[in-house]
Design a protein around this ligand. Structure first.
Ligand code: PNS
Length: 168
């Protein structure tokens, strides 16, 4: 995309371990508001993820391939530094329940202090997805529950392979 004509560049940061239909719902909503949306996966050596950053990027890329203005990248260091490097003016975060609020508020205010020109925007996913988290999806599959409809089919297959050692 021509950077001169881009107006709103948004970053949707997170762990995405793995991407869920809740994330995709927000991506769809934000892609209608932003001219360019970058799904940015944190490279965090201190967390022990189920999938490598490359695997998570692959899953996310496949899931967003129908959106022409959405791309997938990874970052390390401060989110606001990455955002300003990308000339983004908006950070997208999802709020599912009140319990998310405190952590999100802290993060948004810290990011604002670091770079006041970047705005954090919170969006609510559809109520159909408001209870989904990557952590819970992994737990449900580990304990033998059904996660169909909560993650894209290719992510479900990968989760089953990784957690249960199942064939496709
Ligand atoms: O999906 P998550 O794990 O809730 O995402 C958290 C994330 C990646 C958005 C947050 O940890 C982050 O931005 N990390 C980068 C380091 C940073 O900028 N820290 C200062 C702001 S709290």
């Amino acid at each position: 995309m021509d950077t001169k004509t881009e107006r709103i560049v948004a970053i949707y940061p997170g762990s995405f371990d793995p991407i869920t239909n809740g994330h995709l719902d927000l991506i769809g909503r934000c892609s209608r508001i932003a001219d360019r949306l970058i799904v940015a996966i944190l490279r965090n050596e201190s967390k022990l993820p189920l999938f490598s950053v490359e695997e998570r990027m692959e899953m996310a890329r496949e899931a967003v391939r129908d959106y022409s203005n959405v791309e997938v990248d990874s970052f390390h260091g401060l989110l606001v530094d990455y955002a300003s490097e990308k000339r983004a003016t908006l950070i997208l975060r999802g709020i599912r329940a009140i319990s998310d609020y405190e952590y999100e508020l802290q993060m948004a205010l810290m990011n604002r202090r670091l770079r006041p020109e970047i705005e954090t925007v919170f969006m609510m996913s559809s109520e159909a997805y408001s209870f989904i988290s990557s952590r819970m999806v992994k737990e449900v599959i580990r304990l033998g529950g059904d996660i169909a409809g909560l993650v894209p089919p290719t992510v479900e297959a990968r989760l089953k392979r990784r957690i249960l050692g199942a064939a496709d």
